[in-house]
Design a protein around this ligand. Structure first.
Ligand code: 3YP
Ligand code: ZN
Length: 366
């Protein structure tokens, strides 16, 4: 069965402006662009096109998330502030002062959340087996009352809640492999035993003081949040071992009806914001493992929602590898960078990385 793909021209128009990476321009270093510029994502979309892979994917049109969809997750104050700032010529900020947006962002942010909804809907109604929503702005840091970390609305969480309202789906698991902690998704479902949130991230990277191994959900949700804070320097070995030894057993035990993957490619070896070493080989292997367990527990239903990833030249190859695996179609594109990086000594899982994986296994009795 087919693999769905969401992309929209407008995602490339979300404008985070002139920046010096993370700080507003000053008269010191020549102004450049915000990390979360369109580049890595538009180039991913371009590679899907020029590789010919798009011919083998089912194009899914995003919908516009309604106020009702947004309000299942966010406060009315947050929604209205974004609407207000978006309606000004100068634009605004998602909430933390480092997540700027130009005027008009509300329309793109609701189309991003709607891209996640459309992808999840297509998977749930059987139109496609799995789907990748290449959406922008990202979502996994957005909290109920504020955006943060370049995220305006919590795309994956909104899709989960909208689909639940639509088709009454029960257990859903999220597997977030973005290099940063998926704090927003975790917080939104922290008390919910029907939503298992798993985040694999670089220990202590962002947000500060978030994504600890000991953070595991609350009340009825106790045990239904899982964090794997891998040390900086982790590569394909540690990531694949995490999926094999933590994620797959957790999914077998939880038996979700749908798996949602907030998918950032900032754990890649080329990322300017992360210090991990994953290559397309690792992303391909992780995708395969998730597809196999999805076949076992939920008829293969996986929806990926795009998050971070800031290498304009490497994100496209990482994304193509995931989409090739999801669709079972290998293109003729030959990634010239990866063979060398796959051979770096740091790709094997080290003892100190394995120790973290084993503490997660112990903490969650996997
Ligand atoms: C937000 C401010 C510093 C790090 C940055 C993280 C954005 C991201 O890729 N989140 O997944
Ligand atoms: Zn990230």
């Amino acid at each position: 069965m087919a693999t769905g793909f969401v992309w929209h021209e407008l995602y490339g128009w979300h404008d985070t402006g002139t920046y010096n990476g993370l700080i507003a321009p000053s008269a010191t270093v020549q102004p450049w662009q915000h990390f979360e510029s369109a580049e890595s994502k538009t180039r991913f979309a371009s590679l899907v096109e020029v590789s010919g892979l798009s011919e083998h994917l089912t194009r899914i049109a995003p919908v516009i998330a309604t106020e009702e969809d947004i309000l299942r997750v966010h406060t009315r104050e947050h929604l209205e502030r974004i609407q207000r700032e978006s309606a000004t010529v100068k634009g605004g900020d998602a909430g933390d002062g480092t997540s700027p947006f130009a005027g008009g962002a509300y329309d793109i942010a609701t189309l991003a959340a709607g891209g996640a909804i459309a992808a999840a809907r297509a998977v749930m109604n059987g139109e496609v087996r799995n789907a990748y929503a290449l959406i922008r702005p990202p979502g996994h840091h957005a909290r109920p009352s504020t955006g943060m970390g370049f995220c305006i609305f919590a795309n994956a969480a909104i899709a989960i809640k909208s689909l639940r309202a639509e088709v009454g789906i029960g257990r859903i698991a999220t597997v977030d492999w973005d290099v940063h902690h998926g704090n927003g998704t975790q917080e939104i479902f922290y008390n919910d035993p029907d939503t298992l949130t798993i985040s694999i991230h670089q220990d202590g990277l962002f947000p500060a003081n978030s994504g600890h191994l000991r953070d595991r959900g609350e009340g009825a949700g106790d045990g239904y949040a899982m964090n794997v804070p891998l040390p900086g320097g982790s590569g394909n070995g540690a990531y694949v071992e995490t999926i094999e030894r933590v994620v797959v057993p957790a999914l077998r035990r939880f038996k979700p009806e749908l798996i949602v993957v907030p998918s950032g490619f900032d754990a890649s070896a080329a990322d300017p914001l992360g210090r991990q070493m994953v290559t397309p080989t690792g992303y391909r292997a992780m995708t395969k493992l998730l597809m196999d367990v999805a076949d076992e527990v939920c008829d293969g239903r996986i929806v990926m929602t795009h998050e971070g990833g800031y290498s304009p030249f490497y994100v496209p190859y990482c994304g193509l590898a995931v989409l090739e695996e999801m669709s079972g179609h290998k293109t003729a594109i030959d990634d010239p960078i990866t063979p060398g990086w796959d051979e770096l000594p740091g790709q094997e899982c080290t003892e100190h990385q394995r120790a973290i994986i084993e503490s997660v296994i112990a903490a969650h009795s996997l």
